[in-house]
Ligand binder design. Sequence first.
Ligand SMILES: [Zn+2]
Length: 373
Amino acid sequence: MKTKLFCLFVLAILVVAFSSFRTLNNDTVKPFVVVLDAGHGGKDPGNRGNGFFEKDIVLDVTLQVGKILEQHKDIKVVYTRTTDVFIDLYRRGPIANEVDADIFVSIHCNSHHTQAYGAETFVMGVDKSGKNMETAKKENEVIFLEDNYEEKYAGFDPNSPESLIGLTLMQEEYLDQSIMLASLIQGNLVNNLKRKDRSVKSGPFWVLHSSYMPSVLVELGFLTNKEEGPYVNSKKGRAEMAREIANGILTYKKNISLATESSQNPTITEEEIVKAIETTEEKIYKDIEFRVQLAASSKKIDTKPQNFKGLKDVDRKKEDGLFKYYYGATSDYNEIQLLKTYAQEKGYTSCYIVAFKKGEKLKLSEVLKSEDK
Ligand SMILES: [Zn+2]
């Protein structure tokens, strides 16, 4: 019994030593790629509420968001435009796909014939109420300015955004993550800038429908409103909104950060771990299933070993709008500790043990306390 504990202890020391070594060698980590899309541009001015130019405001805000994000070494920012140029709507999503972006954020300003005001953030989707159709219609309208639009947008009538729903909705798979991102941005705009909350909504926006990653469209505010228009157009307003959008993106990134560090020098082999499990005394917790959570990500990753640093039998579960990746499943707490050690050794330095009872996640500390023996 004592030698087995010693074995665990040695493994733990090895892991600590190697994880600290590894943090110094993180240059190969893939950056978090953010595609920022300033709406409109060139011959398409966007809305002209109060005489302002939507295309200029959104370009300025977009560039400011990018500037904040670019201060983070692990983030790469890609812009669909950085100058006053016209870009076909159908080109914008694919730009994000080409660079394998982690998120796509399109920035716009609203307009209305009433004095409507407030900020709102959209995800792609069916708008059952029909209330968001108007905004989607306006943002899709630019299609009419494009050459051969009938050909490029086959099957889609900008006057009836519902027709977009008939087309393949690639965004469906990312809906939960898109909503999370939208909520973080919207929450920042509303709570930190005391803006009217028009909430997170879904609507059939062409620009959102063709990207293969979580995608949102932010409507900063109504240029047509007497008070909000000048605020959105102001230097102060633009800087404040850019800061809040950037912070929303940073929080999102933190929430989904995937452990990408990989181990170059494995010191414990799979056989050694199997042997350690066999020889270590069991510590069974009845009805409890312990698992090692490797990572959480907005990305749906195939659970084959080569995607998980060689770990076999990784299991994927969708929880709270994220894909969670688990390794191991046992009611033996000692075994799960060994598996965690092995996962750490493989490069998942921040993995941790979680406990389930009949599929429901429990607090590990409570499980260990309540059933300690
Ligand atoms: Zn717009």
